[in-house]
Design a protein around this ligand. Structure first.
Ligand code: HEM
Length: 120
């Protein structure tokens, strides 16, 4: 019989992700003691602490506080390591119907495409 002295501890971490509205993201713009959130590819990131660590500088990140930084993030040509870094700051996704981007899209066909994109 195996000894009872042996204990195996399983640690199960359940990560809960939330869905935020565009208004919530916009409110968390680093001003008046608020955290710094930003959207990249439909996901919401809390980069409040990362501001002081970002190799591209904190000022650049603050420009996108409370905003969608997808284009800027892609254009900066980030490495695979930077993509991995993203995971550390992810707090949820943005509610599609409330995003500014979708309201700008005129045709229903395009709206459907965007909704499908955010489903996955
Ligand atoms: C949470 C979001 C972000 C993460 C995790 C991140 C991460 C990183 C990392 C790890 C680097 C070092 C180079 C590399 O590995 O690619 C970097 C560089 C850089 N990032 Fe970001 N970044 C973020 C957002 C942004 C945004 C929104 C901009 C907007 C313009 C930006 C602009 C830059 C630039 C210009 C550099 C190059 C700095 C240099 O080579 O001197 N980053 N970023």
């Amino acid at each position: 019989m195996a000894t009872l002295d042996l204990y195996v501890q399983f640690k199960v971490e359940i990560q809960t992700m939330s869905i935020y509205t565009m208004e919530e993201v916009r409110a968390n713009n680093g001003q008046n003691g608020r955290p710094v959130w930003m959207i990249i590819k439909g996901k919401v990131y809390n980069v409040s602490e990362f501001i002081f660590k970002h190799p591209g500088g904190g000022v650049l990140l603050l420009e996108y506080a409370g905003k969608d930084a997808t284009k800027a993030f892609n254009q900066a040509g980030h490495s695979a390591d930077a993509m991995k870094d993203l995971l550390k700051y992810e707090i949820g996704t943005v509610e599609v119907s409330k995003t500014e981007d979708i309201s700008k899209i005129k045709s229903n066909k395009e709206k459907k495409k965007v909704k499908l994109f955010f489903c996955f």
